[in-house]
Design a protein around this ligand. Structure first.
Ligand SMILES: Nc1ncnc2c1ncn2[C@@H]1O[C@H](COP(=O)(O)OP(=O)(O)O)[C@@H](O)[C@H]1O
Ligand SMILES: [Mg+2]
Length: 311
């Protein structure tokens, strides 16, 4: 759905995007993760046709964002990271205004708005002034606005920032439902835990370069290396000695009966290692592969960035 090739963006003398490549498959919920100033908003604004690339190409659903901006706009909904000022408008008027701006046919307009109002649960807010809404209410309204054009792609720039935990859970649920209906979602955050459990694909950006792209559970692996947790209730020194004698063990840390083992799966199946431990007399309480969490992906991806000096 999103295809970005060698995208460069300069503002005056500073290069903010340094030749990035991105692919987001159709139907994915893709997390776009990076620290403040990494280039997330800049990238998203270019995707949403609100700013132009300095060089490189960007396609949304096969359409070029520069040559076919109008076609791209019809396919996407964008929720910016700021909230404009709409003094005096009620929620009802606000949605009606944007529904008209989307040139939604009058015969279907009110039905579509009602449907989105129900979905985002802004119904009870319709008579309220937009400016008097809470942060969570504003985010729901902003999502409702982004959905008015029935987009195939939803671009959400830090939608969970500043939300309380309950509003965050509600937002996740809405996103999951949208993804089930086939909407591709590209969602940014600088706080990784916000997106854990909801994203099916992760792209990490730092200082204008992509540092990782792939499924979240693969992110912690380097080649064929996996990390396993082995909890034991027998002598730890004995277990350590055994593990270090095994061909697949490439690293060993941990203590207190809980060993963290780095394994090269190519040289020995995990099943053999478990069987070997047991027959060596080690009493194994737990043996599981640790899924890399997003925080780790982020840390490992953004720590090897010394090749990217800031301009
Ligand atoms: N219009 C602009 N003019 C000059 N610099 C900008 C402009 N927009 C963004 N930048 C700079 O680009 C960098 C990336 O910003 P941004 O894309 O907003 O990062 P993020 O959204 O990841 O926090 C920052 O250093 C920011 O100061
Ligand atoms: Mg931003």
């Amino acid at each position: 759905m999103i295809e970005v090739r060698q995208l460069v963006k300069r503002f005056g003398g500073s290069t903010v995007l340094r030749g990035i490549d991105l692919d987001v498959p159709e139907g994915a919920i893709c997390g776009f993760i990076g620290p403040n100033g990494a280039g997330k908003t800049t990238t998203m604004r270019i995707l949403a046709t609100l700013d132009l690339p300095t060089s490189g190409s960007v396609r949304i659903g096969g359409l070029d964002v520069v040559r076919n901006a109008a076609g791209v706009r019809r396919r996407l909904g964008y929720m910016p990271d700021y909230y404009g000022s709409y003094a005096h408008l009620t929620v009802d008027e606000y949605l009606d205004f944007f529904a008209r701006a989307h040139k939604i046919d009058p015969s279907v307009r009110s039905r579509r708005v009602r449907h989105i109002v129900d979905f985002t649960e802004v119904g009870p807010l319709l008579d309220r002034a937009v400016e008097a809404l809470s942060k969570g209410e504003k985010q729901r309204l902003s999502l409702a606005r982004a959905l008015l054009g029935e987009p195939q792609l939803l671009i959400l720039d830090e939608p969970a920032a500043g939300l309380d935990p309950r509003a965050r859970v509600e937002l996740r649920e809405l996103l999951k439902v949208l993804a089930e209906r086939g909407t591709t979602i590209f969602i940014s955050s600088h706080i990784l835990s916000e997106l854990a459990g909801v994203v099916s694909w992760v792209i990490v950006i730092d200082r204008g370069r992509i540092r990782y792209a792939g499924p979240p559970e693969m992110a912690g692996r380097k080649g064929n290396t996996a990390t396993c947790i082995v909890a034991i209730s027998s002598d730890e020194q004995h277990a350590r000695k055994f593990l270090l004698s095994q061909p697949c063990v490439v690293g060993l840390t941990g203590e207190g009966g809980r060993l963290v083992v780095e394994l090269d799966e190519a040289s020995q199946p995990l099943e053999d290692l478990v069987a070997g431990l047991v027959s060596a007399g080690v009493r194994v309480r737990e043996f599981y592969q640790r899924a890399a969490d997003l925080e780790e992906v982020f840390m490992s991806a953004t720590s090897r960035n010394s090749d990217a000096p800031l301009s």
